[in-house]
Structure formats: C-alpha cells, structure tokens
Design a protein around this ligand. Structure first.
Ligand code: 5AD
Ligand code: SF4
Length: 477
C-alpha cells in the first residue's frame, strides 16, 4: 500500500502550534507520515494566522508557489486551516482556486474525514469548506456550538517534546479590542470543564510530561460554572498542582483586568506554578488604550504591576505592545517608551499596527501612522526594551538557577551531524529565562541546577552544578 505523506506549515501563536500537533496526531492515526517538504507530500496543510497582514501574505505566497505542483499532480490535496480559513473563507478559493480544503479553527476535528471525502471524489475536484458561524450568524448558543474546542487525546510521540505540552483551557475571546481579529475568527469565549482539563493533564503526566502550559487568549479570565459552582484559574491551578509527575505549570496569555489577587496568591502559594506572567499592556497612553478598548488605564495597569511585584517579587513579567495604532502621536508613543522604562518587563513583543478588516478599529479609525514611523517606533522601543532585558539579566551572573532541560540549543540543532558530547543544550528557568549550557543528551527532560557565568539580553549561559565537575561527567553517557 502506498504510504500517505503529510506536510504541514504553521504560523501564529501557541494555540496554532497545539492545533497543528493535534491535526497531525489525528492524521497519523489514519496512516500518514510527516515529511519535511511540500513536494514529498500527498497532503499539504497550512495552519494560518490572521492577527497581522504579514502572516496572511506569507500563506498566500506559499500557496502561490504550489500552483504548479498541483497542476503537475492533481491528486495532491492542499488545505488551509485555522484563523485565515475562518476569516477569508471562500475568498481563499478565489485567490487560490487549486485549494481543496478550508477548515476554520472551530472545525478542525473534521479534517481527516474531509480529506477522505476529497480523495473519494477525486477527479470531481469538489473543494470542501467547514467554518464556524460568524459572531452575528446565530444566537450565542448556536455560534458557541459551531466552535468546538479541539482536544482529542494525543499521540505522545507527536508532541515536540515528551516533557512539555500545551493544554488548552479555553477557546475564543469576548474582549473585542478594536484592533484584534481573534474574537471573530476564534469565536465566543468558552472555558473547558475542569474535569476535562484535569483528565488531560493526568494523562500527559502518565506519559512523562513534566511541564504543562495552559492556553487561552485571556487565560486568566477562565471561569467555568457547573451546578452552582464556579471554577476560576486559581482553583484550576490548585487542582492541577496535585497531579503527581507534573512539576511545572505555566499559563498564557493574561488580560490585565483579570489579574486578580486570588490568582497571584495561588501562584505564590503553589511552588509548581512558574514565576512568569505575560500580561500585555499594548500601549502606555490612556488615549490609545481607550481607542483600543482595552478597558483599563495605564494607572490601573501600574497598580496591577505593583500588586504582582509585591505578591511575587521573583516573578518576571512580559508584555506586548502595538506601535502606530490609529491616531498614535509622538507624545502617545513617548508615554509607551516611558512606561517600558518604568515597568522593566523581562521582555516585550512589539508589533506594528496592522489594520484587520472585520474589526471595529478597521471600521472606525484610519490607519494614519505611516509605515516608516511605525517601523522606527518599533525598532526604538525594542532597543529600549532590549537594553533593560540585558541589564536585568546581569544580576543572574554567579547565581544558581533551576532549569528544565528542553533539548539541543538552536545553534546545536543547526549542526545535527556534530553529536559528540558535550552538546550545547537549552532549558528555561521558572521565570522563563533561556539558559544555554554544555551537557549530555541524558540530561534532556531533567530539572537541573545551573550556575550562570554570563548573560546577554536574551540568554543566560551556565554550567550544571554537579559533584562530578569535569569531563568524566560526560563520559557516562
Ligand atoms: N496589529 C498588530 N498587532 C496586533 N496584535 C493583535 N492584533 C494586532 C493588529 N491588528 C498583537 C497584540 C497581541 C498580540 C498577540 O498581537 O499585541 O497581544
Ligand atoms: Fe485580541 Fe484583545 Fe482578545 Fe487579546 S484580549 S485576543 S488582543 S480581542
């Protein structure tokens, strides 16, 4: 029998990485093998992102490059999954008529069956599209049930690391920030029942997973009600903390307004919960925050940050920023720079505003900041942040930190032929700092003490603290 092959390309956030992992696992059950190039594949899938125009352009040009491959081999199945599938829907067929399959993020469970259908009707070349309802396409219940949380039990072999896993605790978003397409492409906010989350976490632990990262667009808004009882993220953390085998729990991404005291106290009191909080501020100007409909002021964010620093003095806090949002003046931008200097985030992700059709921002406001100004603000803010990141990493020099060893460093991974030990490995501290050190393959998946001897803005460099200091450690491998 001809072995079926699959190529998948993923852009976007951790939700997308998890979705791709699950789609691949489902197709492997159907006999597919992953390959590393589209030309080797019977089925080519793109799991897409719509948060910024650039991410969409990348996919449309990748699709353009496949036009000839499809002409050459009409049996090849080309599919577009995820947020852009939900946002552009039939438009994708218009721009790339050779696409066979379009599946939104709320319908991913249907991918294997849809591929089979297309194969059965080969020759008739009937394209298939499965997307969820638009936010105004039915009652809240109807729209909600058209978005299904896609969380089948996974094939442990398919996880990128056996020791780490993403675990979705909610889908969708109801905040409707004016720049953001997520509430329309990922649908209404829905929290998964705690029992489902606990069962999945226990199963991951039994497969050897030591670190779970809970995912939600606004993960700290998690709230599940059954039989008069409400479970919040703090409750969930307490329950997950009991699971033997799970040593670390992370959660991303947080909404500032929902950063409640009970949550911070849960993080403080539960040693397995990592000292790392990603809480995007987006802008340091109240005028911009209002236009973005972020529902908090800079002053309120400052208070929240003070509360984090008081409750969790050793936690690192990171943020996202959008520069060049509609109407952003030099003064607004300067307020963002000032706040970044004041807040001393561990790091910040900075984006140029990209207007998204289907958002309130697109409808109401003109994209009036020229691209070169956006670019300059982006670069300048990044430079300010990077200098802070570098300064704040210096005190780690000479300190001992604990890391979960994840695998070969990026540099080592680029030289797969050079496998002689010591290997350059990488791991992360509880506060999400990347540590690079020389070690042995056997250490992957372990939680180890490392002494830091150097640091830049992105990485700490260290060596494992061991009683067997010296090269004989490595000869044990
Ligand atoms: N343009 C630029 N950045 C955006 N983000 C969300 N929507 C847009 C947009 N239209 C950024 C926000 C968010 C991160 C995931 O992406 O900063 O926190
Ligand atoms: Fe988008 Fe705002 Fe929801 Fe985040 S909170 S996903 S930025 S709408």
């Amino acid at each position: 029998m001809h072995e079926k092959t699959l190529y998948i390309e993923t852009v976007g956030c951790q939700m997308n990485l998890l979705d791709s992992e699950l789609v691949v696992a489902a197709l492997r059950k159907k006999g597919y093998r992953l390959v590393d190039a589209p030309k080797k594949a019977d089925v080519i899938l793109f799991n897409t992102c719509s948060v910024r125009q650039h991410a969409e352009d990348k996919i449309y040009s990748a699709l353009g490059r496949l036009k000839h491959a499809k002409k050459h081999n009409p049996q090849k199945i080309i599919g577009v999954l995820g947020c852009m599938a939900q946002k552009d829907q039939k438009l994708i067929f218009q721009r790339a008529p050779f696409v066979d399959l379009i599946v939104g993020p709320g319908q991913l469970h249907r991918v294997p069956e849809l591929i089979e259908e297309i194969q059965r009707t080969a020759g008739a070349s009937v394209p298939r599209m499965e997307v969820s309802l638009d936010r105004s396409g039915g009652s809240r219940d109807e729209v909600e049930s058209s978005f299904e949380s896609y969380d089948p039990l996974r094939d442990p072999e398919m996880r990128p690391s056996p020791y780490q896993a993403f675990l979705r605790i909610m889908i969708g978003c109801d905040k409707f920030c004016t720049y953001c397409i997520v509430p329309s492409v990922r649908g209404p906010e829905q929290s998964r029942p705690p029992q489902h989350i606990l069962t999945e976490a226990k199963r991951l632990a039994s497969e050897g997973c030591r670190e779970i990262t809970l995912l939600g667009q606004t993960v700290n808004s998690y709230r599940h009600r059954t039989a008069g009882e409400t479970t919040r993220l703090s409750d969930l953390l307490n329950q997950l903390h009991e699971i033997e085998g799970i040593d670390r729990i992370r959660f991303i991404t947080n909404y500032p307004k929902d950063m409640t005291r009970d949550l911070l106290e849960a993080v403080r009191d539960l040693p397995k919960v990592c000292r790392y909080l990603h809480v995007p501020l987006q802008s340091g100007s109240d005028r911009m925050l209002k236009r973005m409909k972020r529902s908090y002021t800079v002053g309120e964010y400052r208070e929240m940050l003070a509360c984090i620093r008081e409750t969790l003095p050793d936690a690192s806090v990171t943020s996202d920023f959008i520069v060049g949002f509609s109407g952003e003046t030099e003064e607004d931008y300067q307020q963002t720079v000032d706040f970044v200097k004041e807040a001393r985030f561990k790091n910040s992700f900075i984006f140029k505003y990209s207007p998204r059709q289907g958002t309130k921002g697109f409808e109401l406001y003109e994209d009036d900041v020229p691209d070169e100004i956006k670019r300059k603000r982006n670069n300048d803010l990044l430079a300010v942040q990077n200098a802070i990141s570098e300064e704040d990493n210096q005190p780690f020099i000479g300190q001992e930190v604990e890391i979960l060893v994840e695998g070969p460093s990026k540099k080592q991974a680029k030289r797969p032929s050079e496998q002689t030990e010591p290997l350059q490995l990488t791991g992360r501290t509880t506060c999400d700092r990347i540590v690079v050190f020389d070690g042995s393959k056997r250490q992957i998946g372990q939680i180890l003490p490392v002494r830091i001897y150097d640091a830049n803005g992105f990485t700490l460099f260290g060596s494992v603290v061991t009683h067997h200091v010296g090269p004989e450690v490595y000869s044990l491998a």
